[in-house]
Ligand binder design. Structure first.
Ligand code: SF4
Ligand code: SF4
Length: 226
């Protein structure tokens, strides 16, 4: 899932400065699960904004609303009628959700309340770990399920840099394991160590421009994005 964290309150106050009526919208998807932008966090943020403004004798109208997902048009029907009544929308979705909302309501400023940090997994409650940098050319099948793009400090595709410490940690940070040492151990344990000598071609950077995926059954429906 996508992991995000709330921006500092002062930064959010700066973003909403100059807007009197604000629609603060939570997202019931990833940012809710990672406790950054769901219904509860929208209520908390609104309360903090009101308190902070009250200290300086200011006031804004803030209305809280949470939709199932801010990255899917099916969940916007009710909001379509609401947005025009506000000066700005404060979104607690990831960056993708914020942009989706901004494209849908281009006539009103859409302001991000979160910093989107990474694609990761829940290790435990409140503990998340980056797992994928969405490179679009997944090599996990040949690296024992360990991502060298995410877990190697240099995102090396073809084996270690030569700086691996004797205890198996990364030369960049002694607190993290060398990704390629981990890959070596995993492949060895699976009797597939020959894979580590496979040379992969240089990265394809073309896929770093904005990407769109249209699945096969829907190709006809979305003719214009083929
Ligand atoms: S190689 Fe790593 S960054 Fe690329 S898709 Fe696979 S898990 Fe994600
Ligand atoms: S020591 Fe290992 S993880 Fe660190 S940069 Fe080199 S290859 Fe990557």
């Amino acid at each position: 899932m996508i992991i995000a964290e709330r921006k500092p309150l002062e930064e959010i106050l700066g973003l909403i400065d100059g807007f009197d009526r604000i629609l603060a919208i939570g997202c019931g998807g990833c940012t809710s699960i990672c406790l950054a932008g769901g219904q509860r966090e929208v209520m908390e943020l609104s309360g903090e904004i009101r308190s902070k403004l009250a200290e300086s004798g200011k006031k804004k109208d803030i209305f809280e609303y949470t939709i199932e997902r801010q990255c899917n048009a099916n969940f916007f029907v009710e909001m379509d009628h609401m947005v025009k009544d506000y000066d700005a929308v404060l979104s607690m979705a990831c960056g993708a959700g914020v942009q989706f909302v901004a494209d849908r309501y281009p006539y009103v400023p859409i302001l991000p309340a979160l910093n989107t940090t990474f694609v990761g997994v829940d290790k435990d409650v409140g503990w998340y770990e980056e797992s994928c940098r969405t490179c679009g050319d997944c090599v996990l099948g040949e690296t024992g399920g360990i991502c060298p793009v995410t877990r190697c400090a240099k995102s090396l595709f073809n084996g270690p840099c030569g700086g691996t410490r004797s205890d198996g940690t990364c030369e960049v940070d002694p607190n993290i394991p060398c990704a390629w040492y981990e890959i070596f151990k995993r492949l060895k344990g699976q009797n597939r160590l020959e894979l580590i000598t496979k040379v992969r071609p240089a990265r394809e950077w073309r896929n770093q421009t904005r990407r769109t995926v249209v699945q096969e059954p829907y190709r006809d429906r979305y003719e214009k994005v083929k």
